[in-house]
Design a protein around this ligand. Structure first.
Ligand SMILES: [Zn+2]
Length: 279
């Protein structure tokens, strides 16, 4: 997908599985299971999507790093991960070596978004992308480093804590322009420090949602994850962003849908997502 000077690709690090009730919050299973069938453990399968943004002038930006290679067998079983992480293979397919990535950012630091930030090298945990700056929202960093009883299960310190000592960590406060036209915007909802990615150039906007809108099934306003720490903020975000996305014909990518871009439209009072050819 071409947005101005940027080549933007979306791909999956692999599938993981979460309890369907957790994913759909107050929505009864009789409704959500029609669009997202559950397995015999009541789990729904979801991709862990990453964005690769290149400007052709040496900047290689990676948004999200999937679940990564450090999970124990028990963690893989619990989260229904039964394939090795695809991230580095997907980058290689696109001609990108880990040492060519110049900037890594995560929409938030949950294990399914930040796991590939680091890997285990002997008894050390080291950055997967040795030349990259790792740019994170300060609020998300603080909440990940000091989680509470409710949020603790989603954060694995090895995904982010070792970055601090490398000198490659850059904490930002709120909205920032990482490269010309490539913005991150903090949106409290899923967590306090969650950020989305927006690339605007030549009158076109590409928007990567983060988990306030993990997939197309969360388009109806009340359909939100029980994982959201600030559900009413998620609702306000949906009311603010979805009309704009539809009206301005944004190209949208989701964190946990099939790894495709599409557009959102309002048809007879309901938001719909239609995939577009991402050539
Ligand atoms: Zn997620």
């Amino acid at each position: 997908m071409r947005i101005g000077k940027y080549d933007v690709q979306i791909f999956s690090d692999g599938i993981f599985r979460l309890d369907g009730g957790m994913m759909f919050g107050i929505v009864p299973k009789v409704l959500w299971s029609k669009v997202k069938p559950a397995d015999d453990l009541n789990r729904v399968a979801m991709d862990m999507n990453c964005l690769l943004v290149r400007d052709g002038a040496g900047h290689v930006v990676l948004v999200e790093t999937g679940a990564g290679p450090k999970l124990t067998e028990k963690q893989q079983r619990n989260w229904g991960i039964d394939t090795p992480p695809a991230l580095l293979g997907e980058l290689a397919k696109r001609g990108v070596r880990p040492d060519e990535v110049t900037l890594v950012t995560n929409t938030h630091l949950h294990f399914d978004h930040a796991g590939g930030n680091t890997y285990r090298d002997g008894d050390r945990i080291v950055p997967t992308f040795p030349r990259a700056s790792y740019v994170m929202q300060r609020l998300e960093w603080q909440d990940a480093v000091e989680p509470n009883e409710r949020s603790r299960g989603s954060y694995l310190p090895d995904d982010f804590a070792p970055l601090e000592a490398t000198g490659k960590l850059e904490l930002i406060d709120g909205d920032a322009e990482l490269l010309p036209g490539l913005h991150v915007e903090r949106l409290q909802g899923h967590t306090r420090g969650t950020q989305v990615v927006r690339i605007s150039a030549d009158g076109t906007t590409l928007y990567f949602t983060s988990d306030w809108m993990p997939d197309r099934h969360h388009l109806p306003l009340p359909w939100s994850s029980a994982m959201d720490l600030y559900p009413l903020d998620t609702l306000a975000t949906k009311k603010a962003i979805l009309p704009r996305a539809a009206q301005e014909r944004w190209i949208v990518g989701f964190t946990h849908d099939v790894p495709r871009f599409g557009r959102i439209s309002l048809v007879e009072g309901r938001y719909r997502f239609e995939e577009i050819d991402a050539a």
